[in-house]
Design a protein around this ligand. Structure first.
Ligand code: CA
Length: 230
């Protein structure tokens, strides 16, 4: 399930895009701030970037993303600003959408850019971790530890699936809330801890080893991902 990061300071647009993208099967991260976006790029497979942000010049952000690697970016611009659009393409944007846009069109463009990149992997792959101890099926949302299937709530599933997406990488509570609950409410971060606690209990004796605490930072998957069998 590819992750799309929506960077857009207008909340309504952000939430509409989230809804449409999630319905199309994407995992979605959102932020209205360029500074927050810088912390979230590492988790994204594609960025939808509004060039008119309040805190950082959108084109600077775009330049920064493109300097970091090959992450595809679709730029959102106002209809009037042809110059902005050209500037975006010059800086390496993969596509652009002018406002006001149809969210459906945005979803189609996201899919097109990702397909062009050949990003779609086998659909029925079950990812395994820790030497086949932990198995996660993203399509059916099923999880097994040591061949025992776990019965997880949607939130617990979301948390596990999120930290397993980049095994070993540390996820902050802020990012986990954003990813799993679909909003950016700081006060909610604390409840992540209680969901993690329940998740660990279901994982059994090795719960704290599978979902590791990184003090002062957040959580990460304690298992490494096994080499894909091809
Ligand atoms: Ca804007």
């Amino acid at each position: 399930m590819p992750t799309v990061l929506v960077v857009e300071d207008e909340r309504d647009i952000r939430e509409v895009l989230r809804r449409y993208l999630e319905r199309a099967g994407f995992s979605v991260l959102t932020t209205g701030s360029g500074a927050e976006a810088l912390k979230l790029f590492a988790s994204a497979d594609l960025v939808l970037l509004d060039l008119g942000l309040p805190d950082i010049e959108g084109t600077d952000l775009l330049r920064e993303i493109k300097a970091l690697g090959t992450l595809p970016v679709i730029v959102l611009t106002a209809r009037s600003s042809t110059e902005e659009r050209i500037r975006g393409l010059e800086l390496g944007a993969d596509d652009y959408v002018t406002k006001p846009f149809s969210p459906h069109e945005v979803v189609l463009r996201v899919q097109a850019v990702l397909n062009r990149r050949g990003g779609s992997s086998d659909d029925n792959d079950i990812a395994t971790y820790g030497g086949n101890r932990l198995r996660i099926d993203e399509d059916s949302h099923r999880v097994w530890l040591d061949d025992v299937e776990l019965d997880l709530t949607p939130t617990e599933w979301g948390l596990l699936s999120a930290i397993a997406a980049a095994a070993g990488r540390v996820y902050s509570r802020y990012e986990l809330v954003n990813r799993v609950r679909g909003y950016e409410y700081e006060g909610y971060e604390r409840t992540i801890d209680s969901h993690i606690k329940n998740l660990r209990r279901k994982l059994g004796a090795d719960g704290a080893q599978v979902v590791e605490t990184v003090l002062g930072v957040g959580y990460r998957l304690g298992f490494t991902r096994d080499e894909a069998r091809r």
